[in-house]
Design a protein around this ligand. Structure first.
Ligand SMILES: [Zn+2]
Length: 395
């Protein structure tokens, strides 16, 4: 089986190239918004007049006319604009399935366009630098941090926090899971970012904690600046740059952590994501500063981790199981006794019944695994201590 994945690189365009990238993004956004407006306001008239629906094909035909009449639209590769129309088709498909109505793309947030496989490609410059091709602009330099691992399907160019990136979509061969049967439970911990039932942990890098702090500080400074002033604008770009950097570091960490998990395990059990529950758990875990914990959850980006686990497991034919997290932090993973008092401290679990002592988050991860796979007596899930399961929980 083949899978699609995206490899992201920082672009270093020349001033002239950067100007063109911005112009391309602007025109593609205009096409997208125009097509959305047309679908929203004129779909009925169009159907009455032509007997057809407004979709990617009919709008693509109109795009050709638009390009013939407007030089500034024709100055941007047709394929990039067709991609935007396809994006809109996808957005509507999502809407028909019960999602939200497609939104207009905004300047500043949607600075992006896509180049299809036929029009893009990469070539190495030297050991550290390579170039990616964008039609009508040419070869743009990028920092080559890792080799392209398959056939290039597309290149999405995107501007985030004033910096340009190339998200290169590649098709690679499916990697079979090393141990499709092995299962692991994961707790979103307080003391450790991710605690696993096999005893492993994954903590967010310290640089990320610092970046988040810096971003909050920059936000506070911004709120004191006078709106629209030069100092306001300057501070706003400082804030944007810090946030972008934090996002990049976080995304990188999330990818590494989830890839490692999916390489080792075919079945992953996690707590069902529920913001209310999380706040409640903050209380349950005995954290004085609830605000602080909620922040640390934001730091980890549990939602993204769940999303990454979902698709990475799917790629490998694995499963993600979500359970109700009630009592997972108060239950002894060794004897099954549920007692609020079994928490010596925020970090340490000590069972009031059997005396079993363990890191509180890893203890919870073991309970999560057991709850996700009831009846599994350690048979398929190697890392669980199955020998001491209490009859009450094993049933
Ligand atoms: Zn116990």
């Amino acid at each position: 089986m083949q899978v699609l994945r995206t490899q992201k690189y920082r672009l270093y365009p020349t001033a002239e190239q950067a100007e063109k990238l911005a112009e391309f993004a602007r025109v593609v956004r205009f096409i997208y918004n125009l097509a959305l407006e047309q679908r929203r306001d004129f779909w009925r008239q169009f159907k009455r007049a032509t007997g057809k629906s407004l979709n990617y094909v009919s709008q693509g035909r109109q795009l050709t006319e638009l390009r013939a009449e407007n030089d500034w639209i024709a100055a941007v590769p047709a394929n990039c604009q067709h991609s935007a129309l396809q994006d809109l088709d996808k957005a509507f498909a999502k809407f028909w399935r019960g999602g939200g109505y497609p939104q207009f793309r905004k300047a500043g947030t949607h600075e992006t366009f896509e180049v299809k496989a036929a029009d893009t490609g990469t070539r190495p410059l030297n050991r550290k630098w390579s170039q990616v091709r964008v039609p009508k602009i040419g070869w743009i330099k990028y920092r080559d941090t890792r080799p392209i691992s398959g056939d290039i399907r597309s290149t999405r160019v995107v501007c985030e926090g004033g910096k340009w990136f190339a998200c290169i979509g590649v098709r690679t061969e499916h990697e079979a899971s090393a141990s499709a049967l092995a299962a692991v439970g994961i707790d979103r911990g307080v003391t450790l970012a991710l605690a696993m039932s096999d005893g492993n942990t994954a903590t967010v890098p310290h640089s990320l904690v610092d970046l988040d702090k810096a971003a909050r500080r920059a936000g506070r400074v911004l709120s004191r600046r006078k709106r629209g002033s030069a100092r306001y604008r300057k501070q706003r770009s400082v804030l944007a740059a810090t946030k972008t950097k934090a996002t990049r570091v976080r995304r990188d960490w999330q990818h590494k952590a989830t890839t490692a998990i999916c390489r080792d395990y075919g079945t992953v059990v996690i707590e069902a994501l529920n913001t209310k529950g999380m706040t409640r758990r903050a209380h349950e875990k005995g954290v004085a500063q609830k605000r602080g914990l909620n922040r640390s959850i934001l730091n980890v980006g549990w939602g993204s981790i769940e999303m990454m686990l979902t698709y990475k497991l799917e790629e490998r034919g694995g499963t993600l199981i979500k359970i109700n997290p009630a009592y997972t932090s108060q239950t002894c993973s060794a004897c099954g006794t549920i007692d609020k008092g079994s928490r010596e401290s925020q970090a340490r679990f000590v069972c009031t019944s059997c005396g079993h002592s363990e890191n509180a988050d890893i203890n919870a991860a073991k309970n999560i695994l057991r709850q996700g796979l009831p009846g599994v007596d350690g048979g398929g899930c190697a890392p669980v201590e199955a020998r001491t399961i209490h009859p009450r929980l094993a049933a």
